[in-house]
Design a binder for this molecule. Sequence first.
Ligand code: GLN
Length: 451
Amino acid sequence: LSVTELVEESYKNIQKTDASIHAFLTLNKEAALEKAKALDAERGNADAALFGLPIGVKDNIVTKNLKTTAASQILANFEPLHNATVVEKINAQNGIVIGKLNMDEFAMGSSNENSSYFKTLNPWDLTRVPGGSSGGSAAAVSAGMVPYSLGSDTGGSIRQPAAFCGVVGMKPTYGRVSRFGLIAFASSLDQIGPFTRNVEDNAHLLQAISGVDVYDSTSANVDVPDFTKALTGEVKGLRVAVPKEYFGEGVSEEVKTTVKKAIAQLESLGAVVEEVSLPHSKYAVAAYYIIASSEASANLARFDGVRYGVRAAADNLIDMYKKTRSEGFGEEVKRRIMLGTFALSSGYYDAYYKKAQKVRTLIKRDFEKVFENYDVVIGPTTPTTAFKIGEKIDDPLTMYANDILTIPVNLAGVPAISVPCGLANGLPVGLQIIGKPFDEATIYRTAHAYE
Ligand code: GLN
């Protein structure tokens, strides 16, 4: 099979399948085919890590001369002048960017219903959401349109859609992957990570996009091990912590049962499983929505009609700002900006933002304490399987509560994967495996042995 054939196959698949799934916002067909032909012509480079592989990219990751909207109207016409570091890495390793994937506007949401363009549907059941915010990235891999995709995870946006769509999604350690060129939502939480159909591919893709970057001062100067070497199939003696809070109220019985079965399977392979407590988990959602919204209110100030994207017509500068932002941002984005601006305002800062940061430290310590004695922490990725379109959209708090099991990981900065662990009522359930900082290798080893 030539690369050109593979890429053509991808587009054929997309044409057929995406008519019902709606995962892609923009296709990169001309450039992708041109690249494929060039690769076929110089087969010499076939040992590049991503040679000829079709990859979909979430639309909040900037791509040079290829429309990048973050699913917002305010960026409806935005064509970036440069590539994100992860895209440069894909190109350098001869991967092929197939197109840009739908998401919740500016990555704010858990269902893809906040995209200002259209809703992506769950390939398992078209009446259900694919999850979010990286719902397009998860659905595209799940439906077989691309083998690989990239998403971003601020509070669960890789792991939750991976769980809902039955694919593998990894949120790496904060600092593992450069965020240069990722349109910032909450800078102290955002991480880019891979979606794939199996653990081995995931390890391979993470390896290809990892590493320190001069353009991102939060990227960490630590070794990037060969993650695929960790896939030994061996978990004998692995110390597994199961937090009792992850099986509490709000987590559905069917999810609990399916995940417990998966954990029992790990035990039968020789892992040592014990129950632990992460006592501050219950404050994670509250702290997250203060911190993430505060950071978002600052990050989104740059969309003012002057520097990027769409500009509304108005008589003077202030009106132009107001009109551009009123028309350009969707409801959820406005809600976050208002919440964040309020939480940061003088007189409220100590009561909200500072308090939330203290809670964040306590959550981080919960994990540090458990990791003194255990190699991984395991539980469900989400409290339920994929919910129905429209089910939670009118009630932001219920929507936010969906992230109780993923958010603590972002607050602590640790890595975590969601790997499919079975079906409940015909819908995929995700097993979440959380690791020590920069120990994605042990997460992959565990996930692979289980898989
Ligand atoms: N659903 C969460 C939110 O709306 C997380 C989103 C994300 O991880 N980008 O903020």
